[in-house]
Design a protein around this ligand. Sequence first.
Ligand code: AMP
Length: 220
Amino acid sequence: MSVYIVLLGPPGAGKGTQAKVVSQKMGLPHISSGDIFRENINNLTALGTLAKGYMDRGELVPDDVTIAMIQERLSRPDCKPGALLDGFPRTPTQAEALERILLQFMGEVAIVPYINVPEAVLVDRLTGRWTCRAGAHVFHEHFNPPQKTGICDYDGSELYQRDDDKSETVSHRIRVYLQQTLPLIEYYKTQGKLLEVDGTLPIDRVSSVLLEELSRTVTG
Ligand code: AMP
């Protein structure tokens, strides 16, 4: 049976960092909508050009565009065993679309880990975040610094600050999250699928809590 996991949480909660660990341990592809948009921007595709304006302003890319992109990605063969979704869905419309998409593959969302981090902590986390050019590995200048300033520990590529991690955009992204994505917590809670995890714990601790809970739910 396929296992589809949706990772929820505000921007800066550590979804991307945790998704990398969990997807590797569980052998599921990590599907990050933000990473796919950024790849499209780097490759100068029409989708990238369209998405860039929204992303730079800290707004959401329109639902129809985002849903079509994720539908295409989920239909590739590597998603047969399931997938770990990071950053999608972000609106109730996207969550409903995901249900329809997964039904086509005879699947459904198994569990929704929600990495909860208080709003006050998020701004510091986002504005101090540095992302690697090659593999989208993520560091933080205080909380998770790289061994060498400006260089990724994993692949040696340059670290840069995402445009949307600059302080002007960060507070808008958090507002957008509260307005558009927060309703999903109730949506998945009602379905009995929400698994709340304390995202203020150290990174390794969050990973082990997540892996423990997921293996319990998914295996049985
Ligand atoms: P992230 O890397 O997940 O923080 O996403 C970066 C940006 O990409 C967001 O601020 C949005 O502009 C856009 N984005 C990512 N995922 C979605 C989504 N599911 N729906 C709409 N926009 C998205």
